[in-house]
Ligand binder design. Structure first.
Ligand SMILES: C[S@@+](CC[C@H](N)C(=O)[O-])C[C@H]1O[C@@H](n2cnc3c(N)ncnc32)[C@H](O)[C@@H]1O
Length: 253
């Protein structure tokens, strides 16, 4: 089953309320706090529909985005055009893409690293990112924090989005596997108009969650030192079981 195939056309509708502007201010503040020099270039891994990329470009960064979903990238192209900002976009797999360029900062926002569910894929994604960073460059990504996922357990959810007279309903049924540190998130999307189902889309997104010592180990092995791990959108608090999302700030050694 393709991930971010047909589901991708509804992505911006589902996440219309997501605070991309606040997240970009947060990333910008982390860069200013932790970058060794004046960071100007950003590689946005798993950039999706470019929600962060276009706003970072508006802040004056030179941004390159990579994603493997054609649909997500075509929405990103349109967003770029409408907002009249320049962002370089590439279709590629973050585990293997070769851009022949190095960046001051790499970001992977909204659980992109969690999509690399096996140790091999995780290692490739981190190694390949390190290859695209200048020495001392930062890698900033958010991920699901294992202790919180285990404590809180993923729950079934329903989300209703309106597009004019049409309704898009998303049912989410997650299945937790504590042995592989993954959650299989089953999405069923119903696109309804005039009480008729126009389209029904099913996708399973397998997501990995992470523990601090595991990340410290794999990041050291792939060419980084961990700078900080915080609750996502925080600058100093200690992670607890209440923090489903964490931010990881790592520096290429
Ligand atoms: C939850 S979306 C996040 C998109 C965007 N970063 C945002 O915050 O809106 C995850 C994105 O990661 C991309 N992705 C996941 N694994 C990838 C990989 N190995 N290579 C390239 N893109 C990947 C998906 O195609 C999808 O667009």
């Amino acid at each position: 089953m393709e991930v971010f195939g047909q589901y991708a056309q509804y992505y911006d509708l589902f996440y219309g309320e997501k605070d991309y502007r606040g997240e970009v201010d947060y990333v910008d503040a982390l860069i200013k706090k932790y970058a060794l020099g004046d960071a100007r270039t950003i590689l946005d891994l798993g950039c999706g529909t470019a929600g962060h990329a276009v706003l970072l470009a508006q802040k004056g960064y030179s941004v390159t985005g990579v994603d493997r979903s054609d649909t997500m990238l075509s929405i990103a192209e349109e967003k770029k055009r409408q907002m009249k900002v320049s962002v370089e976009l590439w279709n590629g797999d973050i585990c293997s893409v070769e851009l022949d360029k190095r960046f001051d900062v790499a970001i992977a926002m909204f659980a992109v690293i969690g999509y690399q569910t096996t140790n091999e894929r995780l290692e490739s994604a981190l190694t390949n990112t390190a290859k695209h960073l200048n020495p001392g460059g930062l890698f900033i990504f958010d991920a699901w924090f294992g202790p919180a996922v285990i404590a809180q357990k993923p729950q079934d959810k329903m989300l209703v989005a309106e597009a004019g007279a049409e309704k898009i309903i998303r049912f989410t049924h997650p299945e937790l596997d504590i042995l592989t540190h993954t959650v299989s998130v089953n999405f069923n999307v119903l696109h309804i108009a005039n009480d008729k189902v126009l389209q029904s889309v099913e996708e399973m997104h397998k997501m990995r969650f992470f523990f601090p010592k595991e990340l410290e180990f794999v990041l050291a092995k792939t060419g980084y030192e961990v700078v900080e791990m915080y609750p996502f959108m925080d600058f100093c608090a200690k992670l607890t079981e209440n923090d489903w999302n964490m931010v990881v700030i790592a520096r290429r050694t």
